[in-house]
Design a protein. Structure first.
Length: 53
């Protein structure tokens, strides 16, 4: 399984990749902006998940 693309925008990752922990697993994104976007998306998903139960 290849994971050489940004988890947020699907850009190819290079040396400036950033590792972000999302819900217990680590994903890599291309820049800080994508890291923030991913964290916010995960937080929103988790919030809706909790209110579901
Ligand atoms: Zn990106």
């Amino acid at each position: 399984m290849k994971e050489n693309t940004c988890a947020a925008c699907d850009c190819e990752l290079d040396a400036t990749r950033i590792a972000v922990k999302i819900g217990g697993r680590t994903v890599e994104v291309c820049c800080e902006e994508c890291a923030v976007a991913l964290r916010e998306a995960e937080a929103a998903a988790r919030a809706s998940d909790i209110s579901d139960k």
